[in-house]
Design a protein. Structure first.
Length: 313
């Protein structure tokens, strides 16, 4: 469906926006999701994105960055005031957005996001799962199993709800992308943080499965992204958590040392990476775990091999 132009790319000169993402003139004239307008290229014009956990932190930066690049955005969070603030920032900059309050652990809530997107803008071409929690902290045998499991529900069940809700339409159209905001915490063992580490590791593995299956379905790509090391709402929860202060004081100290730092470059890098992935220019990396400051062009293509029952070498 036709949408008004975002009004964010009127000049040839790059400028940095309130999302920390430069509006760029691209060097290519065509490609997946790239549309020319008024002498420059709005990379995501015509796309529709849903971003969970986008009321603050990295999710907010991603939502703003996608809107700056021309995508219509559905902003989602559990906190209405944060939703309203993010939507207002997008609209004040000339972008297009609506806000919907949702809890990713509820499939019905996530389905409401799809309904809002389709009613306002059209089919969803990009789903970004960013919602997360840091807890619990402590020895795995001592933490509350229910709280440990609740972390898996936010990170993993939330991702599955996004996949179940948005990917069938993408597969039917042979066009769509899923970005799961994971963490370097899913690639290593940090003692006393098993709830977070297991959840993030599962997200990375889940994206590998989705990348392979999306490749076979045709046109569906998936990426796991480490957002960076900036202070966010999760950081605040960690610094103020008595169990974190007891069991991971080194990490709490690291976060306190970052208080007052300029986080704009880190938020910019994360948002810019998601914009690049949303454009389709890096679909060859589907299924991979990526970080904001690496050279995507130097990355080898994903290889999806036929499953084998033979033991690994």
């Amino acid at each position: 469906m036709d949408r008004p132009a975002s009004g964010l790319c009127d000049s040839e000169e790059p400028r940095v926006t309130n999302a920390g993402v430069p509006v760029r003139t691209l060097l290519v004239a065509s490609g997946p999701g790239i549309t020319e307008r008024r002498g420059c290229f709005v990379e995501l014009q015509g796309q529709v994105a849903v971003v969970t956990g986008s009321g603050r932190g990295f999710g907010r930066a991603i939502a703003l960055g996608l809107a700056e690049a021309g995508s219509a955005v559905v902003v989602s969070s559990r906190t209405q005031s944060e939703i309203e603030a993010t939507v207002k920032s997008i609209q004040d900059a000339g972008g297009t957005a609506v806000g919907v309050q949702a809890d990713v652990t509820s499939l019905a809530d996530v389905q409401d996001l799809r309904a809002a997107a389709e009613e306002s803008f059209g089919p969803v071409s990009l789903a970004v799962h960013n919602a997360g929690v840091p807890w619990p902290f402590g020895p795995t045998w001592e933490v509350d199993p229910a709280r440990w499991w609740s972390a898996q529900q936010v990170h993993v069940l939330g991702a599955m709800h996004c996949i179940k809700t948005f990917v069938p339409g993408m597969a039917e159209r042979h066009n769509g992308r899923v970005v799961v905001i994971s963490s370097a915490g899913g690639t290593r063992v940090a003692p006393y943080m098993s709830g977070y580490g297991v959840a993030k590791n599962t997200q990375i593995r889940l994206v590998e499965f989705l990348g392979h299956e999306g490749h076979e379905a045709g046109g569906v790509s998936a990426f796991a992204v480490h957002p960076g090391d900036e202070l966010t709402g999760i950081s605040d929860l960690t610094m103020n958590d008595p169990d974190a202060q007891r069991w991971v004081p080194w990490f709490v100290d690291h976060l306190h040392e970052k208080v007052g730092e300029d986080s704009s470059a880190g938020f910019k890098a994360c948002a810019d990476l998601v914009v690049k992935l949303a454009s389709g220019r890096y679909d060859r990396l589907s299924g991979q775990y990526l970080t904001p400051f690496e050279d995507l062009d130097a990355r080898p293509d994903s290889v999806f091999e036929t499953p084998s029952l033979a033991p690994p070498p």
